[in-house]
Design a protein around this ligand. Structure first.
Ligand SMILES: NC(=O)c1ccc[n+]([C@@H]2O[C@H](COP(=O)([O-])OP(=O)(O)OC[C@H]3O[C@@H](n4cnc5c(N)ncnc54)[C@H](OP(=O)(O)O)[C@@H]3O)[C@@H](O)[C@H]2O)c1
Length: 212
């Protein structure tokens, strides 16, 4: 797949690197310095390059939105036309100091994002785990038991694309249903963040759902 990374920080930088190592074509975009994007592309060691958000959008079928909530409008404006693209978002609608959700209960960040890009198909994925666990999950992808990763969205084809990428990273995708399920997955992430960053065992945390 050709994947554009909109926001090449902790999440976008790591996921883009893993996507490239899994054989995808990746464009890293949107960081404060061009050098950072170039370094990410170089170190990804796959088919990866640095570009502008416009380059990332033009050259790709899938876009990963991985910016702070306050930067979503800016990155989308810089990306330009996203008609027909699959947009996977891991962005949570957090306030400026990341202490609480600014959208919740009656909507979600994922639904608000979908309203901003009605010509694209939004899937909410990857936002329920800390960035610190991503490389370890990728490394462990051949083990018999994989951690789960919840995702949701309204478009079946886009969800298939997301599920494939989720598998490529090393997770077992769990389809939570339509995009409005992000009203539950986004607050769930605050629990995961609490355990990861305030708990005694450190931030390398993933989760596994089991049905009996
Ligand atoms: N971190 C996590 O573990 C985690 C987990 C789940 C969900 N999330 C969500 O994922 C999203 C991304 O989080 P993150 O931790 O990856 O954020 P981050 O590390 O701060 O990355 C954001 C990216 O946006 C870039 N950026 C910010 N302001 C910019 C500007 N004015 N111009 C150009 N680029 C700019 C940053 O540039 P620089 O690289 O130059 O700083 C960085 O590349 C957030 O919505 C967050 O809530 C994060």
């Amino acid at each position: 797949m050709r994947i554009g990374i909109l926001g090449s920080g902790l999440m976008g930088g790591k996921l883009g690197t893993i996507f490239a190592r899994a054989g995808h074509d990746v464009v890293f975009s949107y960081a404060r310095t061009e050098q950072k994007l170039k370094k990410l592309a170089r170190e990804a060691k796959g088919k990866a390059r640095a570009g502008s958000p416009g380059d990332a959008a033009r050259g790709s079928d899938v876009l990963l939105v991985a910016v702070h909530w306050s930067r979503v409008d800016d990155v989308l404006q810089q990306a330009g036309d996203v008609s027909g693209k699959v947009i996977i978002s891991c962005s949570l609608p957090m306030n400026a100091d990341d202490t609480g959700l600014v959208v919740a209960h009656t909507s979600s960040g994922a639904e608000e994002l979908a309203r901003k890009v009605p010509q694209a198909r939004v899937v909410s994925a990857f936002g329920t785990v800390p960035s610190e666990v991503l490389f370890d999950v990728f490394k462990a992808r051949r083990k018999a038991t994989r951690p789960s990763l919840i995702y949701c969205g309204d478009d079946g084809k886009s969800k298939k694309v997301a599920a494939r990428l989720i598998r490529d990273v090393g997770f077992d995708p769990v389809d939570a249903g339509p995009l409005r399920m992000a009203r539950y997955t986004e607050p769930f992430t605050l629990l995961i963040a609490q355990l990861a960053y305030e708990g005694a065992k450190g931030p390398g945390l993933a989760y596994r759902l089991e049905w009996f």
